[in-house]
Design a protein around this ligand. Structure first.
Ligand code: RP5
Length: 167
């Protein structure tokens, strides 16, 4: 990471490489919608200085929002939010020990004054974080707004085309 302005508009970070299996679904959405983004492992506990630098430079580097996934004692989204005014979308990764309840509660229970928009545990949360980040950018981006509308149309059509769950 550098402090040079990049073309990325959404930062996707995760606490460990082991979170990629979940967080790749957020990135898949950004790729599908052609949203400029960057991806990096940033750990609140193992690389705290990196976390601070990432958050402190995020605005100047041109990011508009950060998607942060973490599991267990999931402090990454909250600590990022504490260090940047950018919207932070938190994805609770499904932990082995407590099935992601630890991740969810760690991320969702922020004290008043430092918000983290918390998504569902696991893949659904990661997908929706990608969609939510895109929706935020789409407010000022007609091309992206149309891409999101098309995504929703295709989703509806695919459900309507196969209404019988046994088939
Ligand atoms: C968290 O600890 C990470 O976000 C990850 O979900 C969890 C376990 O990390 P590893 O031990 O698999 O690297 O910081």
């Amino acid at each position: 990471m550098s402090s040079i302005v990049s073309t990325a508009r959404i930062g996707v970070v995760m606490g460990s490489r082991s979170d990629w299996e979940t967080m790749q679904h957020a990135v898949d959405v950004l790729v599908k919608l052609d949203v400029p983004h960057e991806v990096e492992v940033v750990s609140a506990h193992r690389t705290p200085d990196r976390l601070f630098e990432y958050a402190a430079t995020a605005v100047d580097r041109g990011l508009h929002a950060i998607i942060a996934g973490a599991g267990g004692a999931a402090h990454l989204p909250g600590m990022l939010a504490a260090k940047t005014r950018l919207p932070v979308l938190g994805v609770p990764v499904q932990s082995k020990a407590l099935n992601g309840m630890d991740s969810l509660l760690s991320i969702v229970q922020m004290p008043a004054g430092i918000p983290v928009a918390t998504l569902a545990i696991g893949r659904a949360g990661a997908v929706n974080a990608g969609l939510l980040a895109a929706a935020m950018l789409a407010v000022h981006d007609p091309r992206l707004a149309e891409a999101l509308d098309a995504f929703r149309r295709e989703q509806s059509e695919s459900v309507l085309a196969h209404p019988d769950p046994r088939a």
